[in-house]
Design a binder for this molecule. Structure first.
Ligand SMILES: *Cc1c(COP(=O)(O)O)cnc(C)c1O
Length: 518
């Protein structure tokens, strides 16, 4: 039996949130393609019901659709390949491993023909453990250790993305020591910062990553090891040499470096192509300046990741093909204007590949309803109106999804273990941590009888959730289950209480009561 929403929108709800007309309907853009609500009202993924999953693996539980992951990886690869085929014979797609990585997922990435970007020795270890060949791997980071760089050089990495002048020297010198040549791209800050729906173009980027394109930025002195390289500074540069140009000169001059090209990553959760387009224009302009100065056309350009996904009904991401076409148009026309051969393009999507493939399954526990003053503008002359907000506590929280606390990120939630029949009421899904900021879903309409024992599913938790998980309050970190062809299998096991003690250097247990006071 379905109940149509009779509930009016709560004045406490954000403007973008609507009362669901049919609470049992799933908003397709939020979910993996094989998630549906069965006739019994229970959520299923590729035929496997969430009640079975909860029984077998417990909650909280990350549930990833393998088919959906592979499909999104292929969609990015094909969309960009098609858009750029005529220009530069296609695009290399590097999955950004920091968004979610374990060896099984690294295998999926390899099997779908993508490369993989890492940003630490640990991520690199996972990729190598999965047998991804070094030439399909990248290493990022603004402060890589010598050990990380050495490992990357020894593994023959396809690209080490160098972030600073000091690192040009460090990577080059380490390569020489190892008797190898390091493949290097330079990370530049094109002065474009894109954030969600808008981008801001500024002269300087006030953040830690990358080499500035601005000529008036004082470059930090390179380390001593680099001071004898014939860097592109001095009179020939007219005093207006940017850190980016100096890095190019240093890299070209270093016998341990093969300079492939330049890289930028302008932000995250970006919906419109304009930010990518402007960044591409600026970096191509830089490549033309490098050609004019050094007589070399660098063969590669990486435009980073940041493609947005839907976390709530309010988000409307564009299909990758549409963004790819817009970017290809700008790359093609800019190269024509500059008389530049189109470099080989690469991109690094993370969130847009893995984010929507996964939902988190929680079990609800305690609930309460509070009454909250409406905003001042809502209040009439008489007593201020108050409105109910229902709190539903679940068995996880900020230890399995830190994004609401870190970024104020919004999510959605649905009742997953039975049909949502009671009237929808404005609810807040909260975790079990000792923090009042421990919010999982700030605003969602959930059936008013949602309570202890019900399963809730939060979609869009594939990226930057499990990888950011912590043991705060000594909670164990949840397992990850992959579903494919109607079968669920564990790809990362959950932690046990033993795991919580694994690194704790314990004394012998006390033999006396231990409460004797002097
Ligand atoms: C984080 C990051 C990405 C991936 O960003 P998404 O928003 O997940 O697509 C790609 N490249 C670099 C350099 C990054 O730091």
């Amino acid at each position: 039996m379905r109940v149509t929403a009779s509930a009016a929108a709560s004045p406490l709800a954000p403007a973008w949130l609507s009362v669901p007309e049919d609470p049992s309907r799933l908003d397709a853009k939020l979910w993996a393609e094989d998630v549906e609500r069965g006739d019994d009202g229970v959520l299923r993924i590729d035929g496997v019901s969430v009640t079975e999953l909860a029984q077998q693996y417990g909650t909280p539980l990350f549930v990833v659709s393998e088919r959906d992951f592979r499909a999104r990886a292929r969609t990015f690869r094909d969309a960009f390949d098609n858009a750029f085929r005529e220009l530069c014979d296609g695009v290399d797609v590097f999955y950004a491993g920091k968004s979610f990585l374990c060896t099984e997922v690294a295998h999926w990435v390899r099997e779908e023909g993508l490369g993989l970007d890492t940003c630490s020795g640990g991520e690199l270890a996972v990729a190598l453990r999965a047998g991804i060949p070094g030439h399909r791997l990248g290493l990022h980071g603004n402060n890589k250790s010598a050990a990380e760089i050495t490992r990357a050089i020894d593994a023959g990495l396809g690209r080490i993305v160098v972030d600073s002048l000091q690192e040009v020297a460090l990577v080059g010198d380490l390569a020489v020591q190892r008797g190898r040549i390091a493949n290097v791209m330079l990370r530049l800050t094109p002065g474009v910062h894109a954030h969600t729906h808008e981008f801001i173009a500024t002269a300087h980027e006030d953040q830690k990553f990358g080499l500035s394109l601005a000529a008036d930025v004082p470059a930090d002195a390179p380390t001593d090891t680099a001071s004898d390289t014939p860097a592109g500074r001095g009179p020939a540069d007219g005093g207006g040499t940017s850190p980016a140009q100096r890095a190019v000169a240093d890299a070209l001059a270093h016998p341990g470096i093969e300079l492939l090209g330049v890289h930028c990553h302008i932000g995250s959760q970006i919906f419109e192509p304009e930010g990518f387009e402007l960044a591409a224009q600026r970096l191509l302009g830089f490549l033309a300046a490098v050609r004019d100065r050094h007589g070399v056309e660098l063969p590669e350009l990486d435009l980073g990741g940041g493609y947005g996904i839907a976390y709530t009904e309010a988000d409307e991401p564009r299909p990758p093909a549409e963004i790819a076409r817009a970017m290809a148009g700008v790359v093609g026309s800019t190269c024509r204007e500059l008389g530049l051969a189109v470099p080989r393009i690469s991109i690094e999507p993370g969130r847009a590949i893995v984010g929507p493939t996964t939902f988190t399954l929680y079990t609800a526990g305690t609930t309460k309803t509070v009454r909250v003053d409406a905003a001042a503008s809502e209040q009439g002359q008489g007593a201020p109106a108050t409105h109910p907000r229902r709190y539903v506590s679940v068995d996880g929280g900020m230890s399995d999804n830190a994004r609401p606390v870190l970024y104020g990120a919004d999510y959605s939630a649905v009742l997953a273990s039975r049909p949502p029949e009671a009237a929808p009421v404005l609810s807040r899904v909260v975790g079990k941590h000792c923090e009042s900021g421990d919010i999982v879903v700030r605003d969602a309409y959930l059936p008013e009888d949602t309570g202890a024992g019900d399963l809730l599913a939060v979609p869009g938790t594939g990226a930057y959730c499990w990888v950011l998980a912590s043991n705060y309050n000594y909670l164990t970190r949840p397992p990850v289950v992959a579903v494919a062809d109607g079968v669920a299998r564990l790809i990362v096991r959950g932690e046990t209480e033993d795991d919580l003690f694994r690194r704790d250097v314990q004394r012998e247990p006390a033999t006396d009561p231990g409460d004797a006071r002097p």
